[in-house]
Design a protein around this ligand. Sequence first.
Ligand SMILES: Cc1ncc(COP(=O)(O)O)c(C=O)c1O
Length: 397
Amino acid sequence: MCRRASATIVAAVSSSAGKDAGFNTRAIHAGQEPDRLTGAVSVPIYATSTFKQDGVGGLRGGYEYSRSANPTRTALEEALAALECGERELAFASGLAASDTLLRALCAPGDHLLLPGDAYGVTFRLIARVLARWGLDYTPVPLSDLDAVRAALRPATRVVWCETPTNPLLGIADLVALADIAHEAGALLVVDNTFASPYLQQPLALGADVVVHSTTKYLGGHSDVVGGALVLQDAELGEQLAFHQNAMGAVPGPFDAFLVLRGIKTLGVRMDRHCANAARIAAFLVDHPAVARVYFPGLAEHPGHELAARQMRDFGGMVSFALRAGEEAAVKVCGLTQLFTLGESLGGVESLIEHPARMTHASVTGSPLEVPADLVRLSVGIEDVQDLIADLPQALS
Ligand SMILES: Cc1ncc(COP(=O)(O)O)c(C=O)c1O
């Protein structure tokens, strides 16, 4: 059930789901009523760029051109709004496209933004190498240190950009406290909820203004689509973002929207399994002599453990660890697993392994966001956990 249900969510959640429906019911039914014409249970892929008008301006259901709106995308947008308990959702061609559209809609040249000291490297690259050229100023700050956040705020700060858990160090930030700090300073709190997914954490209910997703990850869930999303409560801001979505044009095609929509139907059951498997693997790694440190918020010794337990349903499917023998050992481990596939990305049903410093976070080498070279990141999939655990000793030895 949404803790802060809104009128639009109530409308978006189909009658069969009901406004008080649980998460999995909303994932399967919100925005996904059987097709009115044919009764198709699965939302059709409306592979069309344009729509016949009944006389000039006589739109059927509000559709005129698929950059502005497409019924498959509408279904995805309604479903995701219901899952994040938001007023409005906007789907994009990638997570980065969502972030870019959001930041260029919210900020003007001369504005300032705070972002996590260990933000996702490619988000940092977007801000530092693209938006900074356009006049956006930024400060990386450890978001778990609230005094440091307060000290880094400026009169021109428009956005506090948050990830929790962070990629790849699994840091946890206090969303309620950050929302208060941002709002007191006249800024908005934007939360990239990709690592948690709406099943584990709902930032809007904790005070965030906008949620960002790379739907490429847990929401899609099958490593077969790239997509992004923004979810928010404020109707006026929603209109402003919808204008930018259409004016900038980084929208997903109907087939991509369909794939994400299909993925989210099973989000809850997949996340339960990702979380259970990740907890078992973290426990295995903690005891392994080759491992210097395990980064996983489910471990009692993780500095954000209690906070994560408060604001998340479970601790997620991502586990990072540092090798005692350093960088070369970390690189070698990544090449030796059989079941964990060496590859970028995360959140799919299959387990992945990667070396962030040379792969997903190579773009931040030499910046304040550089990640440790001895670090390995696992995206723990939903295979049988004993098989996953059996894959690790030979790679670590
Ligand atoms: C936390 C996080 N945010 C945003 C993105 C960017 O998403 P996309 O690759 O869909 O553009 C990623 C991609 O890995 C990510 O991990």
